[in-house]
Design a protein around this ligand. Structure first.
Ligand SMILES: Nc1ncnc2c1ncn2[C@@H]1O[C@H](COP(=O)(O)OP(=O)(O)O)[C@@H](O)[C@H]1O
Ligand SMILES: [Mg+2]
Length: 259
C-alpha cells in the first residue's frame, strides 16, 4: 500500500506571528532527519516562502494548480541547500477565489503524492474547511500577545469542531516585561502550549542569506525548539526518534519556565 503524506497545516488568525518562519524551519528540520518534505505557500496575497528561500515568488504555483492551470509536479521547486521541495503561492499577487471543489481536489491530489510530510503555510485567518479531513494536524502559531492568543483560542475551537489535532506554539518568546507569561497564555488559550520558540537573531540573518535559521545554527535554542516540535511529528508517523536533548528535550518549555 502506498504511504500517505503526513499533512500539517500552519495557521493563525493574526498575521506576522511567525507562521512562515516556523513552517520553513520545520520543513528544513524534517528534511535534515531524512524525510521527503513539501512546503506549500498558500498565501497568494503576501507570498514569502520563495523570497526567503531565494528563488523569488514569480511564476506559477499553488494558485495555478488550484485553478487547474498547472500541474503540481511541473511547478515544484527544490531548495538545494536542504533538499526539500516547495510550491510558491503563484497568482502574481492576485488571489482568485477557488471553489470548494477546487480546494478539495487540490488537497486530495497532494495527499496522493509520495512525500513523507507536507507543510501547508497559510495566510492569516485561513481555515480551509474543505480540506479538514485531509489534514493530519494543525500547528497554531501565536506570539506572547493577547490579540494573537485570543485568535489562537478561537482557531483551536474551530479545529475541535472538526476533530483536528492541533498544537499551539508560542513564537518570539523573549520574556520581555510586557509579554504575557506562558501561564497567562495557556489560561487564555485553554490548553497547554506545545512548544516555545525563542526570539532568534539568526532569523533576520536568515532572511538576507535566503537560508533557514535552522541551517545557520543547528544548536541554537531556536533550532532545538524546532527539533522538539519535529520529534512529535516523527512520532506521529511511527518513526524512531532520538532521546530528547539534554538542554530541554520536549522541554524547551521547561527551559523557559524554570527561570
Ligand atoms: N522566532 C523568531 N525570532 C525572530 N524573528 C522572528 C521569529 N519568528 C518570526 N520572526 C520575524 O517576524 C516576522 C513575521 O514572521 P512571518 O513568519 O512572516 O509571520 P507570518 O507568516 O505569521 O505572517 C518576520 O520578519 C520574521 O523574520
Ligand atoms: Mg506567512
Amino acid at each position: 500500500m502506498a504511504k500517505k503524506p503526513y499533512i500539517i497545516v500552519t495557521a493563525s488568525p493574526k498575521g506576522g506571528v511567525g507562521k512562515t518562519v516556523v513552517s520553513i524551519n520545520v520543513a528544513t528540520a524534517l528534511r535534515t532527519s531524512g524525510y521527503d518534505v513539501l512546503l506549500i505557500d498558500t498565501d497568494v496575497a503576501n507570498p514569502s516562502v520563495g523570497l526567503l528561500l531565494g528563488s523569488g515568488i514569480e511564476g506559477p504555483g499553488y494558485q495555478e494548480v488550484l485553478l487547474g492551470k498547472a500541474n503540481l509536479k511541473d511547478v515544484l521547486i527544490l531548495y538545494p541547500l536542504s533538499g526539500f521541495y516547495y510550491l510558491n503561492a503563484g497568482g502574481d499577487g492576485n488571489e482568485i477565489a477557488a471553489t470548494t471543489e477546487q480546494v478539495s481536489k487540490f488537497y486530495a491530489e497532494i495527499s496522493k503524492t509520495d512525500f513523507d510530510f507536507i507543510i501547508v503555510d497559510t495566510p492569516p485567518g485561513a481555515k480551509i474547511e474543505p480540506a479538514m479531513k485531509l489534514f493530519n494536524e494543525a500547528l497554531i502559531v501565536t506570539t506572547p500577545e493577547e490579540t494573537a492568543v485570543k485568535g489562537a483560542q478561537r482557531l483551536s475551537s474551530f479545529y475541535l469542531k472538526y476533530h483536528l489535532l492541533h498544537k499551539l506554539v508560542i513564537n518570539r518568546v523573549k520574556e520581555a516585561k510586557f509579554d504575557m507569561t506562558e501561564e497567562m497564555i495557556e489560561k487564555l488559550y485553554g490548553d497547554v502550549a506545545y512548544a516555545l520558540v525563542p526570539e532568534e537573531k539568526t532569523v533576520a540573518e536568515s532572511e538576507s542569506r535566503h537560508m533557514p535559521a535552522y541551517l545557520i545554527n543547528r544548536t541554537s535554542l531556536f533550532s532545538i525548539s524546532i527539533d522538539d516540535l519535529c520529534r512529535s511529528y516523527l512520532l506521529m508517523i511511527g518513526a524512531q526518534v532520538d532521546q530528547p536533548s539534554q538542554k530541554g528535550g520536549w522541554g524547551i518549555k521547561r527551559f523557559f519556565t524554570k527561570k
